[in-house]
Design a protein around this ligand. Structure first.
Ligand code: GLU
Length: 507
């Protein structure tokens, strides 16, 4: 194990968006590449946003994607347990007090109502209220109240928060691995709340304290956290941890397929693709959101697609196993600008993985669909069928459309194909074909093909005329793999039965 320790730190406020999965993936890949440790930390200090089931969802999603953390909630304890912030409550208060004692933070007693009033007044004058060096001197906090007043208020049980005392005018410069040097002026920022009246820290304090305590070496997270970076950097300084500050990498956004802006659930609903890895049943609204897993995507395809949203290998290669990605991944090859999500390309990835999947494995995925239809079929045979038709499928569930004729005779015949392929002389020819097939001893693809083709050439019957009608009788339409492969699977008896039925039913 190297000193590389990275974490994925979701808040359990709902299902994991695919942007979140990509963040987890990049953390995972970075850890694997550097033989480091990948941690899952659940950041659940905002109780108002807590959603039951969300944490289990996150854990299941990471497992499905094959990017399980080495340490963390749901993945066995590591040396820094617990990994759920609500179970680490006691830890944060000490640091919040420390910041007040050193003058980096202060107590604020302004009620939400009071702050709302002030905000409205500012808005009425077309100004924006910021709680910082421009206003804090006129507000109710331990910088304006006397020590006695502060103590009295606390003893009275008045609710208060701890705010960070953002420096008045300092340029905070940080080197982000993806974006290069980024600078912020502290004077534009607000005195963020670090500790709330409910006795819990906010995201900012808990996140920085835990990254430090869990010895995180690199913070790899979404671009939406970039504005928090100066505060986090200053917190490291305020807590005396600057030499232990992790390196930061802010990942570009995943953008809408069309138009501008961040990919949202609405885009998925409009265009018919999932934005979540797994189906999500919203416990509050009962609404069900679709998931990649349930829609038939293979986790390897989903992950491959995600890896290329923001990262590029520097070559034209598009198909990568998780292991290859783990060897190749570098943060230096993560781009600064957002990447457009492409639902069609996502399907293309799935098709590639499906085609490359071992036939037995594919059969194992297909089997439940067949069972549901009451069809029982041997594993060997099913694997063989999968091999014959997989090229024509994007999803496992497409396999039925491409292979139903292996399991049951057609119940009807495609009208257009009938008009085109079933001519007056066809029934007679099909009768002859039955004779030819009857005489094939070993009814495999090669022998029957040879017999049928010889018969066609010797009698100058025309390959198309025979083979298209033959297909119609066996499949019910003009599609499907090589005819002789099909009949070898269904067998001589069934082939002849289907031919006889077509002769009987078709005009
Ligand atoms: N809890 C934050 C989230 O929900 C973590 C952000 C970070 O990685 O610092 O994404």
């Amino acid at each position: 194990m190297s000193d590389v320790r990275v974490r994925f730190a979701p808040s359990p406020t709902g299902p994991l968006h695919m942007g979140g999965v990509r963040t987890a993936l990049f953390n995972y890949l970075f850890a694997r590449k550097h033989r480091g440790t990948f941690i899952l930390r659940i950041e659940d200090t905002d109780q108002t946003r807590f959603v039951p089931g969300a944490e289990d969802y996150i854990i299941e999603a990471l497992k499905w994607c094959g990017i399980s953390p080495d340490e963390g909630s749901g993945f066995g304890d590591g040396p820094f347990a617990p990994y759920r912030q609500s179970e680490r409550k006691e830890i944060y208060k000490t640091y919040s007090e420390k910041l007040v004692d050193s003058g980096w933070a202060y107590y604020a007693f302004d009620t939400p109502e009071e702050l709302n009033d002030i905000r409205s007044k500012y808005e009425a004058e077309k100004n924006t209220f910021i709680y910082n060096h421009t206003t804090r001197q006129n507000l109710k906090n331990s910088l304006t109240l006397s020590a006695d007043e502060v103590i009295a208020k606390m003893e009275n049980g008045e609710p208060y928060v701890v705010r960070f005392r953002m420096p008045e005018n300092e340029t905070v410069t940080i080197n982000d691995i993806v974006r290069g040097e980024v600078s912020f002026n502290s004077g534009d920022l607000d005195d963020k709340i670090l500790f709330k009246s409910d006795g819990l820290p906010t995201y900012h304090l808990a996140n920085v304290v835990d990254d430090y305590l869990m010895q995180i070496s690199h913070v790899i997270r979404g671009e939406e956290w970039l504005p928090s970076l100066p505060l986090h950097a200053l917190l490291y300084r305020a807590l005396g941890w600057e030499d232990k500050r992790p390196d930061f990498a802010h990942l570009p956004l995943i953008l809408k397929p069309v138009g501008q802006g961040k990919l949202s659930k609405r885009d998925g609903d409009k265009m018919g693709f999932p934005v979540f890895p797994l189906r999500w049943n919203d416990p509050k609204t009962g609404e069900i959101a679709s998931g990649y897993r349930e829609d038939g995507y293979l986790p390897e395809a989903f992950i491959n697609m995600l890896a290329l949203l923001g990262w590029n290998p520097g070559t034209d290669q598009e198909i990568f196993s998780l292991e290859e990605l783990s060897n190749l991944f570098t943060l230096e090859r993560v781009g600064k600008s957002g990447s457009k999500f492409d639902p069609e390309k996502t399907k293309w990835f799935n098709h590639q993985y499906l085609v490359n999947l071992d036939n037995h494995k594919l059969a194992g995925l297909y089997l439940p669909f067949l069972k549901e239809k009451g069809i029982s079929v041997g594993e060997e045979k099913l694997a063989y069928i999968c091999g014959l038709v997989k090229e024509r499928a994007t999803f496992v569930q497409d396999l039925w459309d491409q292979s139903s004729f292996f399991f049951a005779a057609p119940e009807s015949y495609d009208e257009k194909t009938v008009r085109k392929r079933w001519k007056e002389q066809t029934p007679g020819l099909m009768k002859q074909l039955i004779q030819v097939l009857e005489n094939v001893d070993v009814f495999d693809a090669e022998q029957s093909e040879e017999a049928v083709k010889n018969w066609i050439t010797e009698n100058e019957l025309g390959m198309g005329a025979i083979m298209n009608a033959f297909r119609l009788a066996i499949v019910g339409e003009g599609k499907g793999p090589h005819m002789f492969d099909i009949i070898a699977v269904i067998g001589k008896e069934e082939t002849i039965r289907r031919l006889n039925k077509a002769i009987e039913v078709l005009p």
